[in-house]
Design a protein around this ligand. Sequence first.
Ligand SMILES: [Zn+2]
Length: 250
Amino acid sequence: MPEHEIHIRFYEELNDFLPEEKRKKRFIHQFIDRTSIKDLVESLGVPHTEVDLILVNGKSVNFKYLIHEGDDISVYPVFESFDITEVQHLRPKPLRKPKFVADVHLGRLTRYLRMMGFDVLYKNNFDDDEIVRISLKEKRAILTKDRGILKRNKVTHGYWVRSTKVEEQVKEILDRFDLKKDIKEFSRCIECNDPLKSIKKETIIKQLPPKVAAMQNEFYKCPSCKKIYWKGSHYQRMLTFIQSTKDIDK
Ligand SMILES: [Zn+2]
């Protein structure tokens, strides 16, 4: 059977999904049966949730486009701040106030994001179906180490977390979802994701270690698990870390 050829190139961070020899260059892809551009892109390893714009022979197309012999294809990632008005973006509008649901591999990342005030649902026994269901029902972006889940047709918002180091993972999320200006420490419980409430020292002073009672005056309480938060030494470390994330790209 005759094989057909197209030329294709992936831009920017989409190259993270490709093998070395296909990165940052136009390469030839051969096919027998015509498929949709979505299936082609995903067969090469890139989840559709990562893609915002596809140009075929210089014109933007949607995911249903069927590839033709000789097509010249360029695939671009989500540009939160890239203004191209003449073309057809494939992503639904960014979620205004991003909320997340994280997969079972991202427990530490979840705690960091909550510490910075972001709404992240997480359970160490979430299965993929449950994550997708929550994402669609509550309009939450999926954070995952498993790109397979992002290839599901129903999924609209998601991000494949690249790094295995939690500090770098946090920076990836802040960049991708443009969240640096939205960091609000001491606003959310690290354990259960509920918003914290400010609480008067007198009402909890008996529960505090003497040193804390003597030195701290500002306290917050989780209405669900009743955990009490104050700005101790862990807080200073957190501030240093948050500051380091803000310093990037200045
Ligand atoms: Zn709590």
